[in-house]
Every structure is written in structure tokens, then in C-alpha cells.
Design a protein around this ligand. Sequence first.
Ligand SMILES: [Zn+2]
Length: 133
Amino acid sequence: MEARLHETREAWLTDVAHRMAPISQQLAAPLPARLRIAIGFTSGGQRSKRIGECWDNQCSEDHSFEIFIRPDLGESRDLMPMQVVEILGHELVHAAVGIAAGHGREFRRVAKGIGLTLNKSSLPRAIGSHEQP
Ligand SMILES: [Zn+2]
């Protein structure tokens, strides 16, 4: 039987976030101390084309940033695990620079710094509409 490194998808995503944290720190955009990553439909629901969301820490009672990654991405034959990581990375940049920064200059600086491609077509669906509502 093949050993499983992570019990859940959330554990895998959280591990990826921990591995990205030093890079984010080096870019003077540390990940927030309070951050949760969940597999779940975004605020637009199942029919929405949103693939991920990052909610501001003012939205949760304990002031955690909340990242949601769609649960059905793994069912897509066209989507590779590294693309899921790219989606997560994108949302982590939002958490690092703050939601208010949008996709502006600081967002692009950090995104580029962690190795994200800034070409929207590199992601499976348009990614501009995935922020908190
Ligand atoms: Zn974004």
C-alpha cells in the first residue's frame, strides 16, 4: 500500500502554505499568523466559476484569513496538482498583502516573487472574480 503523506486535502494545502511562508517572508510580505485553508465552494456556490477565494480576516470571529479552494477541481481531467498549488499561491498572496491591495502593484510583486505566472490564461478559468464578496 502506498504511504499517504497527508490525511486530507486541507492538510496537503496547509503544508504547501507552510512551505511558501519563508519565501513570502523574504519578500517582506509574511503570511498572516492566522490563516485557514479549506476545501469548499466559494461564496458564489457550486455553479459559480470561482476557483478560489481569500476572505479578509475581519470576516472571521478569530480574525483568521480564510482561503477556500473548490472541492471539484480534483475531478477536472485538465487540472494538475501544481495548478491547484498555483491557485492556493494566488490566494496566499492576497492574504499576505491584504485583500484591499487587490491585484495591484504589491500583489503582482509578491506573486511574481513566489513564482506565480501572472498570465491569467495559465489558470483554468478566469481568476479575476474570486475575491471575497
Ligand atoms: Zn486574486
